[in-house]
Design a protein around this ligand. Structure first.
Ligand SMILES: [Zn+2]
Ligand SMILES: [Zn+2]
Length: 343
């Protein structure tokens, strides 16, 4: 089978790899679609992020859907040809955080395509994938592309859960890449009353309006527009910070009203935080990292037509043109989610 392997920054190869056979509780899957994520792009463009560096070749990818080919011993409830969304979240289910109900904080997490541990956790961009039963969520009724959006959607559903009650809230989303756009969808579905989104790209902001943002602000062409919300100690109840950029965080904090909640999703490395404003306005700064149960929730919301991710999928290319998907996904002037069709 072929797999998409990163060797170093800008050194992406489609290579032959041995196929695995499913063991107890596992399924053998034929990959349908894989979405290129920001973390994949970090490996592709920079060979890692923060202190995390590639130290050996690694199969990329963690946003995937697949067709069931066969099942291993003890697996029931799946049929050949069935479309499944495959969760890349593989907690050990035995460490103290797993047992406390915090699987996304698992001490032995084997999240697909991660160079954090060594040996690296190999990813899911491969024609044949053997996965555990608990990872495979029925995606009947969805397109393979939609099913492959379950992972980034789950990231934003987890953040929304971290925010708590969303009904009637005024929401600011800074950064309108896929996570920002999905945050708009998740916040709206959860009852947000007003959603304002910022970015530097007119293309992404047009998409933000299309999926339901009430107002968008282009921080490149209207750098002062957000400051109108700073009066009387701020306006917004919740900030989804999806850019990972310090100026976006600072601008968002200034526009948050007292007791507002900051959801930090953007992974921009360590940034300076306006701590005085957090103290004086009694803001809650809440990190949000990955997800676990929200994956199946997201699939279900898509199946019921309650969240529509289709407008995000701007490009789909074949496996032989995989690198094109990475180049497209890096270009915020024309692409939102670029996906690779494996079959
Ligand atoms: Zn992702
Ligand atoms: Zn664990």
């Amino acid at each position: 089978m072929r797999a998409i392997v990163i060797h170093a920054a800008k050194d992406l190869r489609v290579e032959e790899r041995p196929e695995e056979t499913p063991g107890e509780g596992q399924l053998r899957l034929r990959l349908a679609t894989g979405g290129v994520c920001g973390s994949d792009l970090h490996y592709y463009n920079h060979g890692g992020f923060g202190t995390v560096r590639l130290r050996e070749p690694m199969i990329l990818g963690h946003e995937v859907s697949a067709y069931v080919e066969s099942v291993g011993p003890g697996v029931t409830g799946y049929t050949e040809g069935q479309l499944v969304a495959v969760s890349p979240s593989r907690p050990c289910r035995a460490c103290k955080y797993c047992l406390e109900g915090l699987p996304n904080q698992c001490l032995n997490m084997r999240f697909y395509g991660s160079a954090m541990p060594f040996p690296h956790i190999q990813g899911a961009f491969r024609e044949v994938l053997v996965a555990d039963q608990f990872q495979c969520v029925d995606a009947t009724g969805l397109t393979p592309g939609e099913a492959a959006m379950a992972e980034p959607l789950a990231v934003t559903l987890h953040a929304t859960r971290r925010a708590g009650d969303m009904l009637g809230k005024r929401v600011l989303v800074t950064g309108c890449g896929p996570i920002g756009i999905l945050s708009i969808l998740a916040a709206r579905r959860s009852g947000a009353q007003e959603i304002v989104a910022t970015d530097l790209s007119g293309f992404t902001l047009a998409l933000a309006r299309k999926v339901g943002a009430d107002r968008t602000i282009n921080m490149a062409s209207e750098p002062d527009a957000l400051a109108a919300y700073n009066a009387d100690k701020g306006y917004f109840d919740v900030l989804y910070e999806c850019s990972g950029a310090a100026p976006a965080l600072a601008g968002g904090i200034a526009a948050l009203r007292p007791r507002g909640i900051i959801l930090q999703l953007g992974l921009g490395g360590d940034m300076s935080v306006p701590m005085m404003a957090i103290t004086a306005k009694e803001l809650d700064l809440r990190g949000s990292f990955r997800f676990h149960p929200e994956f199946a929730v997201g699939v279900s919301l898509m199946q019921k037509g309650l969240i529509d991710v289709k407008p995000l999928i701007t490009h789909t290319v074949g496996l032989d043109k995989a690198e094109e998907a990475f180049l497209l996904a890096s270009d915020r002037s024309q692409a939102m989610k670029a996906q690779i069709a494996f079959s």
